[in-house]
Unconditional design. Structure first.
Length: 402
């Protein structure tokens, strides 16, 4: 099933982590891959969102309950949760290695999907927001992008929060917000000091989905990401939020968002891509060794061999980079520019690797019997979502030219 090329041993991971990787491999092989076709055909499928709410709507109740049970009982549910909240307290390197195994299939295993900024919760915010998300009884959305503020949210954000009668009143619009209709609350960025903007003038609010001042425009925006995309335009019309629902300090909401994007979003894009790339290579090798044209196997054609080698090179290079950067993040190094590098390469190399795999498979590559098209769409999207590639290049060039 999984190729030997993914061996985590070559990265000298502790035995406990290797055991976890093997466990994740078994769950993928025995539980998730058999569900791939049902998942891909479901009209409720919204790829790229390992939200428990989505998994519950895609699969029959007994199937989603089974996946949830497996995830909780094996501990994989708590893969990214710190020890103080009942998690495994795993290093970034361990998380990356285990996540790579889980990403070998198109079927997402339900996991505690917290987004590390929520660990900024204080006092009773912990029980109202953080713990329910860890346990999967509540889900969130992240509201940064606006119709006219994508790559430059700090400079262009228009959504405003002003203080009135001891509370915050928010007005504005967000766009492309994943999970906005399904979430229980949104982590929303709004400008609180227009003179300071991203340097102390943007604040993060926890806004209840039922807040009468927040309107999610349904249906969502149609994209090629899944059969039932979950991105929405959300309007805020005199939306009142109390002081106790400010996340972190007033004015540091932009920094919080960037911290999340840098480590959890950008670094984890590495394993998200690697699992898919490795699966694409493994499927391509099997296919090339059985498909005959003009009296010979595809695997005997140098043109096809070179494609396989190019895929392999991309995988090896991305894996080395990702594991190294994760280890450096664990050692306390500032890896912001390096995380941008991972995001850039995982999207670009990932999409070209999938493109090769689809080509090698011919018509079969376009079929929904295989996960290749879904992987391709996700990896192409990864060049835009969470900060477009040009922006990653800008971040890297700042370090180069500093
Ligand atoms: C499926 C999906 C899910 C999303 N989910 C969320 C979400 O949950 N929450 C959220 O807040 N946002 C979300 N987004 C928004 C996403 O983060 C933005 O789309 C992304 O940051 C790019 O912004 P933009 O689309 O406005 O592009 P623009 O900023 O308009 O940029 C357009 C193009 O120009 C390039 N460009 C911009 N500036 C420069 C420059 N200085 N030099 C060179 N090139 C440049 C960009 O790289 C891009 O290719 C989502 C988007 C998608 C498609």
């Amino acid at each position: 099933m999984h190729s030997t090329h993914t061996d985590s041993e070559s990265y000298k991971l502790p035995a406990a982590v290797t055991e976890f990787c093997d466990l994740a491999k078994r769950v993928v092989r025995d539980e998730l891959i058999p569900l791939e076709q049902e998942f891909m055909a479901s009209p409720k499928q919204a790829y790229g969102m390992p939200e428990i709410s989505m998994i519950r709507t895609v699969f029959r109740p007994e199937v989603s309950a089974r996946l949830e049970k497996i995830s909780r009982e094996t501990g994989l549910w708590y893969l990214m949760v710190p020890e103080e909240y009942g998690g495994l307290g795993l290093s970034m390197l361990a998380q990356v290695a285990i996540m790579e195994q889980l990403m070998y299939t198109s079927v997402p295993l339900p996991l505690a999907n917290v987004g590390n900024i929520l660990y900024e919760c204080k006092g009773d915010q912990i029980d109202r927001f953080l713990r329910p998300v860890i346990e999967g009884t509540k889900t969130t959305a992240f509201g940064q992008t606006e119709p006219n503020a994508g790559s430059d949210p700090g400079g262009m954000m228009q959504t405003r929060a002003v203080r009135k009668n001891g509370q915050w009143v928010i007005n504005g619009s967000k766009m492309w917000i994943s999970n906005a209709d399904e979430c229980d609350f949104m982590m929303l960025q709004a400008v609180t000091d227009p003179d300071k903007r991203q340097r102390g003038g943007i604040t993060m609010f926890l806004v209840d989905r039922k807040n009468p001042g927040m309107r999610v425009n349904t249906p969502g925006i149609a994209t090629w990401l899944g059969n039932n995309p979950k991105q929405y335009v959300v309007d805020f019309d005199n939306c009142v939020v109390p002081d106790e629902d400010v996340l972190g300090e007033v004015g540091n909401g932009f920094t919080l968002g960037q911290r999340w994007l840098t480590i959890h979003d950008r670094l984890l894009r590495g394993p998200y891509a690697l699992g898919k790339m490795q699966r694409a290579l493994d499927l391509s090798v099997v296919w090339a060794k059985q498909r005959m044209t003009f009296g010979k196997l595809l695997s005997e054609r140098q043109g096809v061999q070179f494609k396989l080698v190019d895929m392999y090179v991309d995988i090896q290079a991305l894996r080395s980079m990702t594991y190294e950067m994760a280890a450096r993040a664990d050692a306390g190094e500032d890896v912001r520019a390096e995380a941008a590098l991972i995001k850039l390469c995982s999207g670009e190399w990932g999409a070209r690797c999938l493109d090769q795999a689809i080509q090698i498979h011919g018509a079969m590559g376009e079929s929904l019997e295989l996960p290749l098209t879904l992987f391709y769409r996700y990896l192409r999207h990864a060049q835009i979502g969470g900060g477009a590639n040009d922006i990653q290049r800008i971040l890297i060039s700042r370090k180069l030219l500093a």
